[in-house]
Design a protein around this ligand. Structure first.
Ligand code: UDP
Length: 407
């Protein structure tokens, strides 16, 4: 596993010195991260790398996962969809399932660390335990909260206001809240298996192993099979351009432990793709990091046609590999892509089809987008920047009454 020193060649010495200074100011402080899945999805992806690096900097860090039954994940998926602006009925029984599961978790969890960092709505109500504890509580919201349904948000908001502060991924997600809100974008790890450089031979070997033919340019979307990632819309766009370009569409996905809708969406995707030799649907286990890396690198164009998106790590992953990306202009994606400069932002299936045809026919322009995208990710969305922002946030909470923090 990469150590901090290994990042010097990617991010420069100054960044590492800054991190070490901040780490010293927080040495021995304890932190617990709590989320709802150890594998699958962007939050687990980030914590897997964030936790060891925080430890290396001298903090005492734990990672806990909230446990629940199928009924709990069905309810929290409803929460997820409605907070993203969808309409779904959430019944009093659903809220009860949520409360009961959180209460069960509270009986086995210790949350007395100096900083309690709760990720997303699933474990948000754990803040009930706070009561007389003198530690700092942060709610880290990774989802697109720009248009939440009033009912579910109205239920969660009193819990959220029990925290010391909230952290959102994009300015558009800010809410009217009685507590301070911070903007911290997520990040990717340039040295992880998902993103490290791969040789052409490694890429070829992985694609051969996965039986992905490379005789035609690959157009790829990597995403959990979730309606908000719009895999059916990606297919429709591809079908529109298929008469004009000889390419192959690859829909790569997997499941997350906290997402019960994946099987249904995957079945619909498979049915629509059935019989089309130019559409491949690939379901990979959640540990397939190097495989996804190779697929992204082997692709000519990457699509991320999300309808709602907290941030969209897959966009940053593709840009880091200098790939031209066509992505939905939603949530945190416009932070990553400036239209026609570092990628393409779309609002519709027709728009996706139009730009897909353009990029496949204009490789020089496509490469320019990819190169600009990589530089933008280097400057803004690498793990070391994210780590620095979290450490600064801890420090500011620890010194909330000081005018000046001396390092
Ligand atoms: N991912 C994966 N396997 C899959 C689908 C996605 O490893 O089958 C990874 C993807 O590479 C990215 C993360 O899961 O690192 C998804 O994060 P993102 O922010 O794009 O979406 P989320 O799933 O959190 O909504």
């Amino acid at each position: 596993m990469p150590r901090l020193e290994d990042y010097r060649s990617v991010v420069g010495s100054q960044t590492l010195e800054e991190l070490s200074l901040l780490g010293k100011a927080l040495t021995g402080k304890s932190v617990v991260h709590v989320n709802s899945t150890a594998v699958g999805g962007g939050v687990a992806e980030i914590l897997n790398r964030m936790v060891p690096l925080m430890r290396e900097l001298g903090l005492n860090v734990r990672w806990e996962v909230i446990r629940g039954g199928e009924d709990f994940y069905a309810v929290t998926k409803k929460f997820h969809n409605t907070l993203h602006g969808g309409t779904q009925d959430v019944s009093p029984k659903d809220y009860q399932v949520y409360e009961d599961t959180v209460d069960e978790n509270l009986t086995r969890m210790r949350l007395d660390d100096d900083f309690v960092f709760i990720h997303d709505p699933q474990p948000a109500a754990l803040v009930k335990m706070r009561k007389d504890l003198k530690n700092h509580w942060l709610w880290r919201c990774h989802i697109d909260l720009s248009r939440p349904q009033a009912g579910v948000w109205g239920f969660l908001k009193p819990y959220v206001e029990e925290y010391d502060a909230c952290v959102f991924s994009a300015p558009a997600f800010a809410q009217t809240l009685a507590v301070p809100q911070y903007l911290i974008s997520p990040s990717i790890d340039p040295l992880s298996d998902k993103n490290r450089d791969l040789s052409d031979a490694e890429i070829r070997a992985i694609l051969d192993r996965l039986k992905i033919p490379t005789d035609k340019p690959l157009v790829t979307q990597v995403s959990r099979f979730d309606r908000l990632k719009d895999p059916l819309g990606v297919m429709e766009a591809f079908l529109k351009v298929q008469p004009y370009v000889d390419a192959r569409l690859l829909l790569v996905g997997g499941s997350a432990d906290d997402d019960p809708e994946g099987d249904q969406v995957l079945a619909e995707v498979r049915e629509k793709a059935h019989g089309n030799p130019n559409i491949l649907v690939l379901c990979l286990p959640p540990t397939s990091h190097v495989e996804i890396n190779a697929i992204q690198r082997a692709s000519k164009v990457i699509i991320q046609k999300s309808l709602r998106e907290g941030f969209g790590l897959t966009v940053a992953e593709a840009l880091w590999k200098s790939k031209p990306v066509i992505a939905g202009a939603v949530g945190g994606i416009p932070l990553q892509i400036t239209h026609k400069y570092s990628g393409i932002l779309v609002h519709s299936t027709d728009g996706t089809a139009y730009w897909l045809k353009q990029l496949l026919n204009e490789p020089v322009f496509a490469q320019k987008l990819g190169n600009n995208g990589r530089e933008h990710v280097r400057q803004n969305f690498l793990l070391t920047r994210h780590l620095r922002d979290y450490l600064l946030l801890f420090l500011s909470l620890n010194h909330s009454t000081d005018e000046l923090i001396r390092l």
